[in-house]
Design a protein around this ligand. Structure first.
Ligand SMILES: [Mn+2]
Length: 430
């Protein structure tokens, strides 16, 4: 039995006050879905099993590009972060794993494992960091890491990634995510082909260190911190990387790492079709890599991504098993509340996508009925699935209203008293 950080009495009290209304809403939605030939309990069962990993860096308050505004009760280290992640997991019952970032979260792996298992948490993909210089690092990544012109710097970056794998092996992680900031700010600064060849060569060495049952995820991003060229800039380059490295290499899609208006759901479809979709960093954005809460700006896009995922799931696409992770960090909300709501939004998109009349859609596509095809998607998207999500949480021991239960528990005020403010800390824009 894992330890609950928020008192069960507080969660129960809040749930009791909401339960009767929820049951009525669930029954009413069930009746309407039944008319569409959908069994609500089957959807709820799938939602219960859906999980998304919390990024350790997400529970700290991120800065803006220009400044950092610390909040009360921020986690001081990875052990505080794990406690915050445990709160999110307890109340949403949707986030059983944490994705670590090394060296930000570096600690004795056995202690980390022990701390996580106390709360019933596991570890998702390990994340390496060669986009900033760690304290006491010999060679700087100012001009790149895995694609650096200097062989010694590349070697150091490879060794860091191998170290992340070693730590992850003790923790029970099964994947390494690599995102690099390598690129250039001026035309002529780097030779595109040579830089990419150096990157591939370095990544082959990382891949060689991967255990047999692990996956390697590479994350593309069109720009930033480099603004003229980026070595792993888009899904095309990412696909080449995954193909070059081998069967354990896959592409990771961070929703914020594309130009505005790019058709991300179509990229997702292509990667599924050619068996190279590794997983996601879910977040939302208005302009660039804004790292806002999932579904906060364009929930329809999130739904359309899940429409592709559910299509693959239901058609039994070979090798289809994407990793779901959140990746967000900003400055104006309580990160625990934002992460809980993001996890719920990702679940919501999944539940809505499960409601799509796929047989009907196929018929409209085959008969070129564009209007009815798009209305078929809209009918699923417009369905308020909140009673399904809330019932799934209630059934698995979570909170009907996670934010209300969290606020009733006064967790932030409690940790603010226990955790003195620290200077620095690690935010993240990855
Ligand atoms: Mn990311």
């Amino acid at each position: 039995m894992s330890e609950a950080i928020i008192s069960a009495d507080i969660v129960d009290k809040d749930n009791v006050a909401r339960k009767a209304s929820l049951e009525r809403d669930y029954a009413s939605l069930g009746e309407r879905l039944d008319r569409r030939g959908i069994a609500i309990d089957a959807i709820r069962d799938k939602v219960e099993k859906f999980a998304v990993a919390i990024p350790s860096w997400g529970v700290g308050t991120g800065g803006t590009r220009f400044a950092r505004f610390p909040s009360a009760g921020e986690p001081r280290d990875i052990f505080d972060k794990l406690e915050d992640c445990a709160v999110i997991s307890q109340l949403t019952q949707a986030t059983p794993t944490v994705s670590l970032h090394i060296p930000w979260d570096k600690a004795d792996p056995n202690r980390l494992k022990q701390a996580a298992s106390r709360f019933g948490l596991g570890f998702d993909a390990m994340n390496s960091n060669t986009f900033s210089d760690a304290k006491d690092q010999t060679l700087s990544y100012k001009f790149g890491s895995l694609s650096h012109a200097d062989a010694g710097t590349r070697r150091q970056a490879v060794e860091h990634n191998l170290e992340c794998i070693e730590i992850g092996k003790t923790l029970g992680s099964k994947a390494l995510t690599v995102w690099i900031g390598d690129g250039s700010n001026f035309p002529g600064q780097v030779n595109f082909a040579k830089a990419f060849e150096r990157y591939l060569d370095a990544m082959r060495q990382v891949y060689a260190g991967l255990p047999a049952d692990w996956k390697l995820f590479t994350e593309h991003k069109m720009y930033e911190p480099a603004f003229y060229s980026t070595v792993v800039q888009d899904w095309g380059t990412n696909y080449i990387i995954a193909k070059e490295l081998g069967d354990k290499a896959f592409c990771l899609v961070d929703l914020g790492h594309h130009a505005p208006n790019v058709n991300i759901e179509m990229i997702v479809s292509r990667l599924i079709q050619f068996k190279k979709l590794g997983g996601f960093h879910f977040n939302d954005s208005k302009y660039g890599d804004d790292d806002l809460d999932a579904g906060s700006i364009d929930p329809y896009r999130l739904f359309l991504v899940f429409n592709e995922l559910v299509d693959a799931e239901l058609s039994g696409a070979e090798g289809f098993d994407p990793a779901h992770m959140l990746d967000q960090s900003h400055n104006v909300t309580d990160p625990i509340e934002s992460l809980m709501l993001s996890a719920v939004e990702v679940q919501r998109a999944y539940a809505q996508a499960l409601l799509v009349d796929r047989k009907g859609l196929e018929g409209f596509q085959d008969s070129n009925d564009a209007l009815m095809a798009t209305q078929t998607l809209k009918a699923a998207y417009r369905t308020d699935v909140e009673p399904i999500l809330a019932m799934a949480r209630l059934k698995t021991g979570g909170a009907i209203d996670p934010v209300a239960a969290y606020r009733a528990a006064g967790y932030r005020a409690k940790v603010a008293a226990e955790r003195p403010a620290v200077a620095g800390g690690s935010g993240g824009i990855v």
